[in-house]
Write a protein that binds this ligand. Sequence first.
Ligand code: NAG
Ligand code: NAG
Ligand code: NAG
Ligand code: NAG
Ligand code: NAG
Ligand code: NAG
Length: 685
Amino acid sequence: MATLLRLFFALIFLSVPVSSELNQFFFAGFKDVGTNITLNGIAEIQKTGILKLTNETSRLMGHAFYTSPFQFKNSTNGKAFSFSTSFAFTIVPEYPKLGGHGLAFTIATTKDLQAHPSQYLGLFNPSDVGNSSDHLFAVEFDTVQDFEFGDINDNHVGIDINSLTSNASATAAYFTDSSTKQDLNLKSGKAIQAWIDYDSVQNVLNVTISPFSSKPSKPILSFPLDLSLILQESMYVGFSASTGLLASSHYVLGWSFKINGQAPALDLSSLPSLPGLKKQQHTALIVGISVSAIVLALSAIFVAIYLFRKIKNADIVEDWELELGPHRYSYQELKKATNGFGEKGLLGSGGFGLVYKGTLPNSKTQVAVKRISHKSQQGLREFVSEIASIGRLRHRNLVQLLGWCRKRGDLLLVYDFMANGSLDNSLFDEPKTVLSWEKRFTIVKGVASGLLYLHEGYEQVVIHRDVKASNVLLDTELNGRLGDFGLARLCEHGSNPGTTRVVGTLGYLAPELPRTGKATTCSDVFAFGALLLEVACGRRPIEPKAMPEELVLVDRVWDRFIEGKLLDVVDPRLNGDFDESEMVMVLKLGLMCSNNAPMARPSMRQVVRYLEGEANISDDLRAPSEFNGGKGHMEGFDDFVHSFASSSFGKMDTFSSTMNRNRSVGFASLSTSSLSLLQGRGETR
Ligand SMILES: *[C@@H]1O[C@H](CO)[C@@H](O)[C@H](O)[C@H]1NC(C)=O
Ligand SMILES: *[C@@H]1O[C@H](CO)[C@@H](O)[C@H](O)[C@H]1NC(C)=O
Ligand SMILES: *[C@@H]1O[C@H](CO)[C@@H](O)[C@H](O)[C@H]1NC(C)=O
Ligand SMILES: *[C@@H]1O[C@H](CO)[C@@H](O)[C@H](O)[C@H]1NC(C)=O
Ligand SMILES: *[C@@H]1O[C@H](CO)[C@@H](O)[C@H](O)[C@H]1NC(C)=O
Ligand SMILES: *[C@@H]1O[C@H](CO)[C@@H](O)[C@H](O)[C@H]1NC(C)=O
């Protein structure tokens, strides 16, 4: 009897794991999926039965997986099964030509992916991307070109194996017959059907797309692939989508799937369809007028004043600007946020314009608003796309650009507000408490990793051009964050290419810059070296009040280094309270970065390795001026002094061909006032 009972239970238990027997499903719309689909992130199933993975909110992601896992491999021989899937999707970008980011069919070991949005597509995060223990397979429908992952363009289909660097990719298109290929816009807002077929006998994976229900005879991607090593026995199937700075709504309209067989065909016409695209309704003026019309009590004078002010402050919106809008603030909003750009909210005046503190009226978040007057109308389109590109730079040691607004000749840039002001203030403006060495060391390490990200971590090399203490801002936890990145190049757009504008601040400016006029990663490293020495010594790179032989900080540090008394230069305000080996390392690294020869400076990657203690700096340093003979530092400095004579700004404006190379005038003859001006004193309040 007991044996019989045991057999009975065994039978029941055998029949419970449906998933091992389950080998297909078919959803024409997702209205009645019940618990068979598991949603994650911002994914939702709408009343119409459409699965909406993301909406138009920036930097979010959505996941939808079939709730039960599938048996993807033969447990006897470990060989992956064939499978086939078909689905219909629609991508509606907020602004017609700019997608953000994309959608992917996914086979994963978990329904709960610990992933990032934007370029990570909700599939990976920066630390697991590229790791073969992820066991993740995806077919991406990507609408943004990420150079980081070698994307071919901003409208492609790719096969991704444990990585976002696609193993195979192709521009989105379909074959109308065996030889005629027709391009297809993934973000057209129209339904697109996709078929993914894996044949485990031939070991080939095909991806086919089409705007119609019938499957083209030829796939757009046919990739030889054995999934046996990539997949595990039990895997979940589903979709992932993400948005970045720019956003799209990603929808799935229907989906079928089958293991070891052809997935049931979908018919686009029988799937739920999206309602018409929403209209852009949004004219404050019209609202204003109709409101006043309803509220007849308002006198005509009030209406006139109201209209006058509206028109006066109206934003000038051009068609192309609408395409880049998610973080475009209205002028009214920023004016309100900053109390009308009042004196009281003024945080300082940086290299490019005045900076105001503000509180956004809706979210109550504190922001810093930088007001730049940008007179050049030429190249404004590039200007704004440049802003979009700066906005995509994200790193914990960069001050995040949140958005912008343009009004007549003014450009307003909105940044995260940094509660603790600039490093410059904390070091020099008689701060209440002296920054401890520990804090200083954390700050320089942070700035180094931010700068490394700009140089190597982004789609294109971004040269900061103006690394200096007043551009290092401190957040609430006193982490150092670089500000103003990308601005130098941004402000060059539309300017006459014939005139080379050298941006930088004396003391941080690499000696080759006045000569070449071309900022490089090496010139950023030079400026970073000056910053290192400044932080360690608590002294500006060029100190007009110092003795003539001590005027230039690098020379002073080098002289002490040669004498074997390096620690003499350490900021006396630290009262000897610092880690000696860290201090020596920072000073030596500062000297290395300050080398006159660009090629003799370490790269930011090396700098970070030294700072993180992953590599040791030898004691056998080369003199910063070695490659110039003698006090070569003065060379660049002289160039500077000369060109400065005709300039009245802290920013160096005009070098190029008119540069005066006469070195007979020494810096000692400069007046202190012009030096402090040169140094950028009073740039930040
Ligand atoms: C949900 O899945 C179960 C098997 O797991 C299946 O019997 C049922 O029909 C599915 N429901 C829908 C609506 O597909
Ligand atoms: C997008 O979805 C999130 C989460 O559901 C919501 O907070 C946000 O308001 C939505 N955004 C838009 C533009 O609908
Ligand atoms: C699994 O592989 C074994 C050995 O190759 C084979 O006999 C069996 O039929 C396979 N099972 C399935 C479900 O394909
Ligand atoms: C890959 O991931 C595994 C498990 O998470 C981890 O142990 C391993 O260190 C990772 N490998 C690399 C190269 O990051
Ligand atoms: C896919 O590409 C990665 C590198 O991006 C490589 O390591 C891997 O072997 C490739 N896999 C296949 C199956 O080609
Ligand atoms: C994949 O595409 C190739 C080339 O068109 C074709 O020969 C093959 O039969 C296809 N395989 C599957 C499983 O669709």
